[in-house]
Design a protein around this ligand. Structure first.
Ligand code: AMP
Length: 142
């Protein structure tokens, strides 16, 4: 998908927002949803998405983007406090060649431990019980 592509209202995150596809939720308000990445690169890999339809960083309204990055900080702080990683990577990809696979803008919150190898992007599917446990720990710090 190119940077100028039209928003597809049937993309997987749109379906998560509408409730057609389940997700392990961490946080929700009128503008934002945060949920566990189903194919995590590390334990606690969390996604933060806006409710407005936008493919990428360049077609979201600035006001919505400001809200999204502030909410990403809030979720990132909760991930930090819940899991105490050595570092946290905040990632965001625009367009397929840049690594984007879901064309609804999102920020990745990826906890990093110094002695652990990071899984590959969109790798193995996580165990649902483990995702529920991690989400409960993160929620407790929000
Ligand atoms: P990106 O490649 O930056 O577009 O990131 C999309 C992310 O969504 C990847 O890290 C996937 O593992 C994740 N993902 C894809 N499908 C789902 C799903 N149904 N629930 C949760 N995360 C998903």
């Amino acid at each position: 998908m190119s940077l100028s592509a039209q928003y597809d209202p049937k993309n997987i995150f749109a379906k998560i927002l509408s409730g057609d596809i389940p997700s392990v939720k961490v946080y929700e308000d009128e503008r934002t949803l945060s949920f566990m990445d189903a194919f995590p690169q590390s334990k606690g890999h969390t996604l933060v998405i806006p409710k407005v339809p936008a493919c990428n960083l360049f077609d979201i309204a600035q006001d919505d983007l400001q809200d999204l990055i502030v909410k990403t900080q809030t979720i990132g702080r909760a991930v930090r406090d819940a899991l105490m990683p050595d570092g946290i990577r905040i990632a965001q990809f625009n367009g397929e060649p840049a690594g984007q696979t879901v064309f609804h803008i999102h920020f990745h919150v990826i906890p990093i431990w110094a002695n652990a190898t990071l899984g590959r992007h969109g790798g193995e599917m996580a165990d649902i019980n483990e995702l529920n446990d991690l989400a409960a720990k993160i929620k407790a710090k929000l």
